[in-house]
Design a binder for this molecule. Structure first.
Ligand code: ADP
Length: 301
């Protein structure tokens, strides 16, 4: 098969591993920087151009689209979908998963457990908003944040009010969330492929920190997850419409609570912590499922 990997940099661990896994299986892998891709969307024949050349049509596309290039990246992915390529994750599902609030609303609708979460626009409503999610301590999150940046723990009601006021004053979109203290600065990253959790790791925040992101100094170890955690992760990925996803779960007294579903999960942490060939499993999934024109983004033939 001809497989395009949409990635800004071919030297990134995940990109390298996916190329390797393609080659090991005899596929032809091509790394395409989305920001150097361009297209004539009015053309009757959908095409993608790249650095002056018309890209050959491909059987499958693996989107590795960073949060900062979601808008442009999903447009390029859509173009590949219109050309009939099988996307590992569909453009609509990626756009959906990048909106934290929309994702939580979708998951809540399907009964997936999550921390109590509130959202408000007007500073006059802060008092009631805090009460609504159960009072301090609270976690306040910038909707546009990633890798733990813009996630703040407010220990008291006063601190929560000040932080929320400050963010609102900056016109930033935030959500306010119950703090799951019993998670003990740890979360679980479940790597879902299709309808299976193929690998899971526990990320533990460094001392004095509640955010377990590896980018914030957290450490990753192999963990055995419970059947409920497994079922929750699979359901969360399914609700988001993602065939590959990194589902982040907090262990709470009332069971697994989903924090986030990531559509371009990094492979380095999870492969190192679990010793599993996740990249290989992704390519195996493509081999089993790729068929032309299988997305909802229909082309003109
Ligand atoms: P990002 O998308 O920037 O990684 P997250 O929402 O995943 O932001 O939060 C970063 C980290 O902060 C999580 O991995 C988790 O360890 C911790 N965290 C986030 N929300 C909560 C919460 N409600 N209760 C306890 N810990 C939390």
């Amino acid at each position: 098969m001809k497989i395009a990997i949409l990635s800004r940099n071919k030297n990134l661990y995940s990109t390298r591993r996916l190329v390797e896994a393609c080659e090991q299986r005899g596929h032809d892998a091509m790394v395409v920087d989305v920001l150097r891709s361009y297209m004539n969307i009015a053309s009757s024949k959908p095409e993608v151009h790249f650095k002056g050349e018309n890209l050959p049509s491909v059987d499958a596309v693996i989107p590795r689209i960073g949060a900062s290039v979601t808008f442009y990246g999903t447009a390029v992915l859509r173009q590949f979908e219109m050309m009939g390529a099988f996307p590992l994750c569909e453009s609509v599902a990626i756009s959906r998963s990048r909106d934290k609030l929309r994702s939580l609303q979708l998951m809540a609708r399907k009964g997936i457990g999550m921390p109590n979460t509130g959202f408000a626009h007007n500073p006059d409503d802060i008092g009631d908003l805090i009460k609504m999610v159960g009072g301090a301590p609270l976690v306040i999150k910038l909707l546009e944040g990633t890798q733990g940046i813009g996630v703040v723990l407010a220990e008291t009601k006063k601190a929560a009010e000040s932080v929320i006021e400050a963010f609102m004053g900056l016109k930033a979109n935030i959500l306010v969330q119950e703090y799951i203290k019993e998670a003990g600065g740890a979360d679980i990253r479940c790597l879902v492929i299709g309808d299976k959790v193929v690998a899971a790791m526990k990320r533990q925040a460094q001392a004095g920190e509640f955010r377990s992101n590896l980018h914030r100094g957290g450490s990753a170890t192999l963990i055995k997850i419970t059947p409920t955690e497994r079922a929750t992760a699979i359901k969360a990925a399914k609700v988001m419409g993602l065939s590959v996803a990194g589902v982040d779960i907090l262990r709470s007294e009332r069971g697994p609570l989903v924090m986030e579903v990531n559509s371009s999960p990094g492979l380095e942490g999870i492969e190192n912590a679990t010793g599993k060939d996740v990249a290989g499993m992704i390519i195996d999934y493509i081999e089993k499922n790729a068929k032309p024109h299988k997305t909802r983004t229909k082309g003109k033939g």
